[in-house]
Unconditional design. Sequence first.
Length: 314
Amino acid sequence: MSALPQTPAIPSGLPAPAPSRILVVDDQPLNIHAMHRVFRNEHEICMATSGPQALEFCRATPPDLILMDVLMPGMNGLEVCRALKDDPATEHIPVIFVTGLSTQDEENRCWEVGCVDFITKPVNITTMRNRVRAHLLLKQQSDLLRQTAWLDGLTGLANRRQFDERLEKEWLRCQRAGCAMSLLVIDIDHFKRYNDRYGHLAGDDTLRRVAEAVRGAARRPGDLPVRLGGEEFVLMLPEIEREGARVVAERLEADIRALQIAHADGEGGVVTVSVGYATGHPSREDQARAESLVGRADVALYAAKTAGRARALA
Ligand code: GH3
Ligand code: MG
Ligand code: MG
Ligand code: MG
């Protein structure tokens, strides 16, 4: 494969995908460089020479497509693909196996772990370029669909539908991993009065600014900021214990107060939020359901409201 010539093999007249980021995973740097030569004029090519390195890269900065070798020392391509499909942050990245394996059994194992395509070595460059193009176009279309269905139109945060789906998945993932999971529920204080005094358009603007603060509080790749509806937000924090949740909740409440958005009928003359937070341990039998975590965060939010608003409580 290292001797791949560089040929512009895409038939003209076909739709071209927008420039994309392709991750090439192979234990042989020569193979990676060959791929780089084929695609470098159209796409950004990133590289990983081991499974763990690929997983780390994908969780931090998900690429649009992965071209992956199967046989690698340590963690092989099948295991990497399975781990990617198991993680909500990476499950939508299409994986194409590029492999010297050729028996039907071996090919079936690749499909079983969730790849979108399978290319055998020695690689036919025309075939590979066309398949990569087709899968990048598909990825762009499915991203667009997911965006429309899963994002809140006003703020661009995840919507309730995405939250419900992610919550179930992350809960199960934390259950298997034996780790904790925390949830913040954030509600703007006296927002009805804000709309009454400043108007609905100013209200929308404030919702967007609060949303940006919630987005800014999501600092790790697995964190999910959500607009649940109305003036209510959620921040989902997988793998975060109670103390970590307290720090994030208190900082977020202070950050929003520090925006100093004037609110003559609010606490202290500015827009504030109340935050309820809760931590669950999905692997404990008495905490088997994700909804119980949402319920506890809601109860904490109610307590913050009745204690005088503009605060974070567990
Ligand atoms: P509390 O401090 O107890 O939370 O009081 P509140 O007034 O914030 O709560 P309430 O639930 O009574 O009112 C929420 C208000 O949020 C009502 C509605 O006018 C406003 N709201 C909900 N969705 C939107 C929206 O998309 N845009 C705007 N501008 N306002 C919204
Ligand atoms: Mg190999
Ligand atoms: Mg509310
Ligand atoms: Mg409110």
